[in-house]
Design a protein around this ligand. Sequence first.
Ligand SMILES: [Zn+2]
Length: 83
Amino acid sequence: MKCALCKSGETRHGMTTITFEREGFTLVVKEVPAEICMNCGEDYVDETITHEIMALAERIKRKWHPYRCPQVCSRFCNLLRAL
Ligand SMILES: [Zn+2]
């Protein structure tokens, strides 16, 4: 397809990296299938894939949330030191 950003490049199948950032939480997903513009490098990721990654990020964020409580965190830090 034609790139919507630079309007001159053609896109080709490739891999890209998606970074999800919210409230001090960052999730980086590498090698996500996408259409990449051969001219400007803009990537177009399928909406279904984007939604799945967002849902995954939300799930991980919820799971990790208790560790942000100072009380639990001190325990968790001790656990990390013990490793
Ligand atoms: Zn482009």
